[in-house]
Design a protein around this ligand. Structure first.
Ligand SMILES: Cc1cc2nc3c(=O)[nH]c(=O)nc-3n(C[C@H](O)[C@H](O)[C@H](O)COP(=O)(O)OP(=O)(O)OC[C@H]3O[C@@H](n4cnc5c(N)ncnc54)[C@H](O)[C@@H]3O)c2cc1C
Length: 368
């Protein structure tokens, strides 16, 4: 009989990293208490606001090669994790499409150049003409040139977060909603007192700013619309000199629209200008969106360090994982596997040096 007492972990933050880590640790047989400052069903997490694209190529245009490499791990890991969660239907790997109106054709050329700068010539995309675009997305009839990034994927991120919470509860995880915490090695402080654990894992995203002075929030805005007038099978990015619109299809005729990446920690509602830009860009993608109903506007802060790359910091009794920036779903598998291998004391993660900051870093491009 194994007489080793069960190790007790606290996880601060029930967003993307917190839920994934809790789920894995519970399956390993550890005791887990999960704390979030907000509601657990509709969390204030960036992960809830996110569009759920897993887009290593498209994101490489605004970041460095390691993001692409970690993204390849995501394409490999997500299908298996979702199968284990019995949620394979949330994963859609049909590629993504990048298009531009004829007057903005230079944006497509620049996109290709940026890809080649980071990944070399022969990057993994296919050039499309109007009929190629129409073949993939019959409802997009206005475009004559585009790029097809065949490996990319998207997932139903809100349903994923809901399923993860269900699995955590089923596995006996203790979940504390509306409980903001402060973290210290081996303890968390809640409004009602201090609680001791073998290990505290800080996954509070932008909420961990007091522990990470160089962490910043990068504002992102989204609109959720619904219409039955148009069907898209994959995320579509519309290149434009001032913004890059993305439209991600969700179940039941719902679409998430986003574009903005604003260097501001303001969480106030979407501005009229952003809302107009998003709506008019959406309309130029296809006039079939004209009668779409706006269901929701979303604003949240992407947690980012100065180099826009994630970081895992380890000390006795406290591990912190943060800085996933605009690549949460893309980088979470690499980050979570690194966290788990540190906790389990075994397992190799090819990105360990990068994530714990010991690898030399290449400068990264400014994001849009
Ligand atoms: C508009 C937008 C679109 C995006 N689209 C994509 C996309 O398509 N693909 C992609 O890969 N990434 C995308 N992202 C990025 C992604 O959402 C983030 O990188 C990811 O959510 C970060 O995960 P996290 O777990 O570190 O933080 P979060 O998901 O933000 O979770 C942090 C959690 O910690 C909780 N918390 C904070 N402070 C405390 C406290 N003191 N005590 C307890 N709990 C606390 C918060 O309530 C929250 O639930 C997008 C982000 C935004 C804003």
């Amino acid at each position: 009989m194994n007489a080793t007492p069960q190790r007790r972990f606290a996880i601060a933050g029930a967003g993307l990293l917190g839920r994934l880590t809790a789920w894995h640790l519970l399956r390993d047989g550890y005791a887990v208490s999960l704390y979030d400052a907000g509601d657990l069903d509709t969390p204030p997490a960036a992960a809830w606001t996110a569009a759920g694209m897993v887009a290593p190529l498209a994101e490489t245009v605004v970041s460095e090669r390691s993001v692409y490499e970690m993204g390849q791990m995501a394409l490999d890991r997500w299908p298996g994790w979702l199968a284990e969660l019995q949620a394979s239907e949330l994963w859609h790997q049909h590629g993504s499409l990048v298009v531009a109106h004829p007057q903005d054709g230079n944006e497509l050329i620049q996109f290709r150049r940026d890809l080649a700068d980071t990944l070399g010539e022969g990057a993994l995309y296919q050039e499309l003409d109007g009929s190629g675009i129409h073949h993939l997305e019959p409802d997009l009839t206005r475009f004559r040139h585009g790029l097809f990034l065949a490996d990319e994927a998207h997932l139903d991120n809100r349903e994923l977060l809901t399923r993860l919470l269900g699995a955590i509860r089923e596995l006996g995880g203790e979940c504390h909603a509306h409980t903001p915490v402060e973290v210290h090695p081996g303890e968390v402080t809640t409004p009602t007192g201090t609680h001791h654990f073998d290990l505290v894992i800080d996954c509070r995203g932008h909420g961990a700013k007091t522990n990470h002075p160089t962490l910043r929030g990068v504002r992102g805005e989204t609109l959720h619309v619904t219409t039955n007038e148009i069907t898209l099978t994959r995320p579509v990015r519309l290149m434009h000199p001032r913004y890059q619109l993305y439209v991600v299809p969700k179940p039941n005729g719902r679409f998430v629209i986003g574009a903005t990446s604003i260097e501001s920690e303001d969480r106030s509602p979407i501005s009229l200008q952003s809302s107009l830009e998003l709506s008019s860009a959406l309309y130029t993608l296809s006039p079939a969106f004209a009668e779409a109903r706006i269901l929701e506007q979303g604003v949240n802060l992407r947690p980012a360090f100065r180099n826009n790359l994630p970081q895992v910091t380890l000390s006795d009794g406290l591990i912190s994982a943060n800085g996933l920036f605009r690549h949460g779903y893309l980088l979470a598998p690499a980050v979570v596997e690194h966290l788990l291998s540190e906790i389990r004391g075994h397992g190799d993660n090819p990105f360990a040096d990068l994530l714990d900051g010991s690898a030399p870093r290449r400068p990264c491009r400014e994001s849009e």
